[in-house]
Design a protein around this ligand. Structure first.
Ligand SMILES: Nc1nc2c(ncn2[C@@H]2O[C@H](COP(=O)(O)OP(=O)(O)OP(=O)(O)O)[C@@H](O)[C@H]2O)c(=O)[nH]1
Length: 458
């Protein structure tokens, strides 16, 4: 999860209020001190931290908790609201035909972000194209082409050309049938005159609807100066903050951009084209505080199910609810889960699961889970159709044969069979449940602190 340190320290601080009905001044002072420490560690500007903590302190003491609200939930809501205002609004990005120009310093992540945004627009049903005009960095063309192939989006570049403006002109013409044009430009080590001239020339030709500054979250508070510099030089409409997965200083970058006239459009959270998020302040802070993010989660589930069902004509989800849950069905569930993105990001979006699980699990727990999924897939490739359809028919001899054939241990094969039995059992329980039962179960899991408790996805 991005900003992991900040999230877990904020959640830890708020958990100290568990069970308190009223808050003393000491309780509030203690919580505020911890929040200050966490934000300063995330490289948030001191003056912003003081402003935020004064506001939290004053509201926590002056405002009475609404009836039936615990002290913890009351302070959690105040911290949530103040943190959302700290990181500001999201840049308006309409889901329609438009041209987006990307600018930024060398290595900030423009080329990667161009492919990521194109992927994101394609998942929204639009037809994007990336136009790569970087003639400055050798390899930029190949990198951009490769990433766009992975994102399965249109790409235009010319590795032999040396005039970025001509490439932009030709690119717009060549991708005329696309609706979202994302123009990637060259970077430089600093915002130097040559870079400004080049971007201004492309800007005049391309006449973008939105110009985004791409900046690396690792610069923390420095994001403010960089955003102001680019705003002065070429005018920007928003910012894409990249590499939030690789730094503890992302909080500073988010808050710093909000200090300028800019807003944030996208977040980069990894090197693959799926590691991109539309910036949603409320969902982002909600996840950080361990409250989940149903909006992002439902988007990912919807996308995963569309892709899975598009591939599996014969798969009838209602079969699952009839209790005919085979290993083939389990594999389809695993593929759908995989399509939702990295497990740790998905878990963070499940209300009551995210933060609490993260703080309870060892650091590499998610990697182990992803590894297990890969092993299960390999094991199922070594099973016969009959074994996949009737897993209960797999005895010791077959376990030995499957282990040998898949190169996995017998223990891992037995683990797969056990996991299948658990999921089949769980489905039988859901099958008999009405909506109210389901709500009660989710509440119970939430009260239990959202622990996996064997209910984990895998
Ligand atoms: N971990 C992580 N790495 C990223 C992210 N975005 C980009 N990167 C990596 O950062 C490096 C630079 O990314 P590029 O997209 O090439 O940066 P650029 O701004 O196009 O660089 P120039 O073309 O030289 O201006 C590459 O190794 C990317 O894989 C991210 O969100 N997370």
């Amino acid at each position: 999860m991005v900003l992991d340190n900040l999230g877990s320290s904020l959640r830890g601080t708020l958990s100290t209020l568990q069970g308190k009905s009223r808050l003393s001044e000491e309780d509030v002072a203690e919580v505020v001190k911890e929040i200050q420490r966490s934000l300063l560690q995330a490289d948030v500007d001191v003056s912003l931290v003081m402003e935020l903590s004064d506001s939290i302190e004053q509201r926590a003491l002056d405002e009475d908790p609404p009836a039936g609200t615990s002290a913890r939930d009351h302070v959690l809501r105040i911290v949530y609201e103040e943190m959302v205002s700290l990181i500001g609004e999201s840049t308006e990005i309409p889901l329609e035909s438009q041209t987006i120009l990307l600018a930024g310093l060398q290595g900030s992540g423009k080329t990667t972000s161009a492919a990521k945004m194109a992927w994101w627009f394609s998942k929204k049903g639009l037809r994007p194209a990336v136009i790569q005009t970087d003639t400055f960095r050798p390899g930029a063309y190949d990198q951009a082409k490769q990433m766009c192939e992975r994102a399965e989006v249109e790409f235009y570049g010319d590795p032999d050309a040396d005039d970025p403006v001509q490439i932009a002109r030709d690119g717009l013409a060549a991708t005329d049938d696309c609706d979202v044009h994302i123009v990637d430009t060259a970077g430089r080590h600093a915002l130097e005159a040559e870079l400004i001239d080049e971007i201004e020339e492309i800007d005049r030709l391309v006449d973008p609807d939105i110009s985004l500054l791409v900046l690396d979250a690792a610069i923390g508070q420095g994001a403010s100066d960089q955003a102001k510099e680019f705003e002065r030089a070429i005018g920007i409409d928003g910012v894409a903050i990249t590499k939030l997965d690789g730094t503890a200083k992302g909080g500073g970058a988010l808050a710093a951009v909000n200090e300028t006239d800019s807003t944030i459009a996208f977040l980069g959270t990894g090197e693959t084209v799926q590691d991109v998020e539309r910036f949603e302040p409320s969902g982002f802070i909600s996840r950080l505080l361990g409250m989940g993010d149903l909006k992002q989660l439902s988007e990912r589930v919807e996308r995963a199910m569309e892709e899975t069902q598009a591939q599996e004509e014969d798969w009838e989800p209602e079969d699952l609810m009839k209790g005919q849950f085979t290993l083939n069905d389990m594999r389809k569930q695993m593929q759908a889960m995989n399509r939702m993105g990295p497990l740790d990001q998905v878990i963070d979006m499940i209300p009551g699961f995210g933060g609490n699980i993260r703080d309870q699990l060892p650091d590499d727990a998610m990697d182990i889970t992803q590894d297990r999924l890969r092993d299960f897939d390999v094991i199922m490739d070594s099973m016969t159709d009959e074994e996949l359809e009737q897993p209960r028919s797999v005895g010791a001899d077959r376990v030995r044969r499957i282990a040998r054939g898949s190169g996995q241990s017998q223990e891992r094969v037995r683990e797969l069979l056990e996991q299948h039995r658990m999921m089949e059992q769980m489905l039988k329980q859901f099958q008999g449940m009405g909506d109210s039962d389901m709500q009660r179960m989710m509440k119970k899991m939430d009260n239990k602190g959202g622990g996996l408790g064997g209910m984990g996805p895998f």
